[in-house]
Write a protein that binds this ligand. Sequence first.
Ligand code: PLP
Length: 380
Amino acid sequence: MKIEPGGPIPVYLPYLGAEVHAAVDDALDEGWLGLGPLTARFEQEISSYLELSGRYTVSTNSCTGALHLASLVAGVGPGDEVICPSFTYVAGHQAVSATGADIVFCDIEQETLGVDPASVRSLVTDRTKAVMAVHYAGIACRIDEINELAAEHGLRVIEDAAHAFGTRHRGRPIGSFGDLTCFSFGPVKVITSLEGGAVITPHETDVQRLHELRLIGVTDDTDARYKRGRTWDYDVVRQGYRYHLGSVPAAIGLSQLAMIDTFISNRQRYCRIYDESFQDLRDVTTFDTDFTDVSPYIYVIRVPDGDARTKLMEHMRGLGVASGIHFEGAHNYTFYRDCRRSDLSVTERISEQVVTLPLHPFMDESTTDRVVASVRSFFE
Ligand SMILES: Cc1ncc(COP(=O)(O)O)c(C=O)c1O
């Protein structure tokens, strides 16, 4: 899809150029569609991009699946509590509640809109098993403090890095340190494999378990069984799920990974253009970052709560510029409204203020100009 002059500007627009089409054609020509060598290659390339050393990448067909499997290998189950921000996508909450554990909602802090370590601390009990730390919009949360707190209380940390593939923290890529990290390669993420995800673990003992969990409990993948010439010869050793990543999505992921440096530097540039263009607007708050180490997934501004946000979004829509809201706060959803929680006043306020503007891997000047004008003309 191309943006026509004056035509609609969507919030997301994945790059699906010639390289991606060629990768699909090649993968189809190979004739092996399931979990196979291309999946393994995608995992190797992810490990190398993330500069992993002594850590392992296990791909999945979504980040939701990755978060579910990470929760399981962290030992999360019925009777346990997992502390999660309410201000995140419900995929994380669903992954935890699928294990039978109880979700406990913590608040976020203003600067990164990631988990507030003080709020997490206030919620820890002897039932707490893990904390889910989300790197919102690609901006690293206060992960060092969360890791310290977790070490103090013997908790596992599941990093939801669905937004943060390529973000660096203290000079190291997210995923290259810490406990369990999950990424998304969903349709609109920084790189896409159409649908896809990955768990990064530092524990070699997790790898076989993750492989079984993602392949309905089966001990050997089909590729290995084909190579042995006995595809029917396997054992089933646990309850598992159908979460593995097939060859065609892996091939798309590989073609996107080859372009990630361009995607990230472009997105950083557009974020800086936006920041600069809004800096004199009293009613618009932006993140306090120059995006140097950030792999930006969404560009989010905050505007005064109340009518202003709805009116701004309507005004932008009238000018052909789409916008979004990430996120509304999961503690208000029917399924989660009885969950234990800390004070959620930052979540309550921020979720009324955030507006997501269009951010694509490739945007021409007229597109960013139109997005800027659609916001400025509302406030001026
Ligand atoms: C914070 C967060 N976590 C997890 C997910 C789930 O990712 P996936 O769509 O790959 O399952 C998303 C999806 O947008 C997300 O925003």
